[in-house]
Design a protein around this ligand. Sequence first.
Ligand SMILES: [Zn+2]
Length: 457
Amino acid sequence: MTETGLEGLLELARLCRMPVQQLARTSTGTAISSLQLLQAYQNGILIPWHKQQPEQFKTADELLTADKGGLVFVPELGIYGDVAELDFASLYPAIMAKFNISPETLDCPCCPDHRVPELDRHTCRRRRGLVPQVLEPILAKRARLKRLKQTATDAQARQTYDRRQTALKWILVTSFGYLGYKNFVFGRIEAHEAVTAYSRELLLQAKELAEAAGFRLIHAIVDSIWVHKPHVGEREVADLADTISRAIGIPLAVEGVYRWLIFPPSRTHPRLGVPNRFVGVFRDGTLKVRGLECRRHDTPPFIAQAQQAVLQILTQARTPPELARHLPEALDVLKTSARQLWEGRVPLHDLAITKQVSQDPDAYRRPCDTAIAAHSLLARGVRLAPGESVQFVITAAGDPDPACRVRPLAWGVSPEGYDRAKYVELLLRAAETVLGPLGYDYAKLNELLELQPAACR
Ligand SMILES: [Zn+2]
């Protein structure tokens, strides 16, 4: 609701033919269901009251192929300039519409040669499926609202169009999820698998087309690709998006061209990148961050802010080589933050780690920090239910007695204060994510700080 506002709600009420009050309190699944049932009714189709359709038998090999999901190319580590990010709009629903994927069109008796890539399945080319019939007008309307948003001149209108298109986006996203849900009237897992099989095929096609145009694919995930070409111009990127859109028949939009883009290494495998974890600055100066500490909810606010401050400084660099010029300033910010932590001057609520309790406090087998904090609260009569969150501060990370390691934030300051060395370590880890690719790994940053030896672990 916060993202789509009243405009989005009204858009959906109109689309799904549901009263506004009812829609506001129901799940997206119910809304889609309403829409599909209406289409079925208009087509003169009898709707089963209770549905019985077990998943069909699959061999182990088929399961492996079918369960693959969307395509992912793990990014190559490092710093890049001249990278374009291209995104397919509503890729899965667009595939359902374009390739006529619907529970009743899959494996029809009439068109055995209209094959789904990789899988031993086919779709019908003679009868239009119910799900595509429902999706097509929504896709068209969303595209129209997005165009209107781009051409709108006043901010109010832009926001209205954006909220309406976002509401439609959720319907589209959810419709893919429900396609694979067997308890849903128009759900069938095999249809779901056909969609992801097509998506992998299309993404590979996009990769080949980009390579034919002289680009190199450096990262891809489900419906987005990141391609690099030295000194690439905006025009050239727009042309590539056009070429791919026309060849595939699903619109591919330019998200932007990056001045610089960093793919940090994985924590557990330092020589590998992590899908959808990067930071970069577009040519218009916008910073884009995915998967880094400052975006995670369980990062203490102080650490998230320090990482953001470092990134903000690097935003000034216009090319990858220029990043080095802004390093001294970034390192200064880091030093100041580290000193504040080390001298015990950071307020507790800026150090709180927020985690969700996943089970009953008594059910935890190992004393992880979340369990310890939940237990401490329980000892004082507060029982957290699974799904609730707990906030705690690290007091003595290495203490042999688990109860001493963390302390619920609600208890306030403890006589010993927070674990300074541990928080400096967390700060340096977050800094390393961004600065490691620039030659400043954890050890080098730690050396630079010149804190007491206790911090060097
Ligand atoms: Zn057919």
